[in-house]
Design a protein around this ligand. Structure first.
Ligand code: NAD
Length: 246
């Protein structure tokens, strides 16, 4: 077991599937109360049911992370139910890949709004609650933050999260709040289903461990950063990528 997660209240955005779902389930295993937040409310409800049917505490909330008013409503629901907030995982993310010259305004704006603005809103509105409890924030960056073909929007958002995460860590260390990011490499989730199988296979030779990540392997790093075992870690970006950045 990781230290200090029992009975803590942790919000995970984009938790209806993929990495967010794996983080929610692992947090439950560690004894936390989990807020399963997603714009896909019925998907969030399914994950919450997986947790409650195992005797855990979970609350499903519908939330579009790019919308300030939706955050306000979601946080009221969380506080009504659990009376505190101890952690936040800004995991909701989308891709809309195309090369620079073909990219539409809509695809640029959506990717920046969900991945970057969503994490900013989440931190701005949740930090006042975390201030009372210490607390820990984990943002989901990506290996693509270094730049990736067809991903000028996504690379900008995910590298933007690096500076953002480090700044939150600097500003709120005095309140006992830690902020870190996990930067996954290729991970086997529904997000990657948009990528043709041949392209996915072509990435494998560049991964020293020779395979994509399982979502549970990303969740392990995120949950570690939320836990007391990471009590002296803040402002860090942890690559979980099978060595692909080497
Ligand atoms: P996914 O597409 O499988 O799941 C993303 C979830 O986010 C979905 O449940 C979706 O409904 C939700 N979501 C999307 N937009 C939302 C919004 N506006 N508000 C609330 N919820 C929203 O993705 P995943 O692979 O599990 O990715 C999770 C995170 O990890 C993302 O931030 C992604 O960018 C990042 N990441 C993924 C990979 C990968 O290879 N899968 C690699 C690096 C980083």
């Amino acid at each position: 077991m990781m230290r200090g997660l029992k009975d803590k209240v942790i919000i995970v955005t984009g938790a209806a599937q993929g990495i967010g779902r794996a983080i929610a389930l692992r947090l439950h295993e560690e004894g936390a109360n989990v807020v399963v937040a997603d714009r896909n409310k019925s998907g969030a409800e399914k994950v919450a049911l997986e947790i409650t049917s195992q005797g855990g505490n979970a609350l499903a909330v519908g939330l579009d992370v790019a919308e300030r008013d939706e955050w306000k409503g979601a946080l009221l629901e969380v506080v009504n139910r659990f009376h505190r907030i101890d952690g936040l995982v800004n995991n909701a993310g989308v891709t809309r890949d195309s090369t620079l010259l073909k990219m539409s305004d809509e695809d640029w704006d959506l990717v920046i709004d969900v991945n970057l603005r969503g994490a900013w809103l989440g931190c701005q509105l949740t930090v006042p609650y975390l201030k009372n409890n210490g607390g820990s924030i984990v943002n989901l960056s990506s290996e693509s933050r270094w730049g990736a073909f067809g991903q000028s929007n996504y690379a900008a958002a995910k590298s933007g999260l690096v500076g953002f995460t480090r700044t939150v860590a600097i500003e709120h260390a005095r309140h006992g709040i830690r902020a870190n990011a996990v930067a996954p490499g290729s991970t086997n989730t529904p997000m990657l289903e948009a990528v043709p199988e041949g392209v996915r296979q072509s990435w494998i030779p560049n991964i020293p461990l020779g395979r994509e990540a399982d979502p549970k392997e990303i969740a392990a790093a995120a949950v570690f950063l939320l836990s007391e075992d990471a009590s002296y870690i803040t402002g860090q970006i942890i690559g979980v990528n099978g060595g692909s950045s080497l």
